[in-house]
Design a protein around this ligand. Structure first.
Ligand code: ZN
Ligand code: ZN
Ligand code: ZN
Length: 55
């Protein structure tokens, strides 16, 4: 198990599971102008201009 270092996540995930690794490490482009841009899917900035419910 590995602990996600992404802000506001901190969940443990199985580093042998490609889906989990992708979710917690691979940057997504959600085409929003908030701080989620370029962060892994598990990250949500919850900023006032953030319209991401989840990635
Ligand atoms: Zn994460
Ligand atoms: Zn987003
Ligand atoms: Zn955001």
């Amino acid at each position: 198990m590995k602990t996600c270092t992404s802000l506001r996540c901190g969940q443990d995930y199985d580093e042998t599971d490609p889906e989990a690794v992708k979710y917690h490490t691979e940057p997504v482009n959600c085409s929003q102008s908030c701080r989620c841009a370029g962060r892994p899917a598990c990250y949500t900035c919850h900023g006032s201009f953030c319209y991401c419910v989840q990635h």
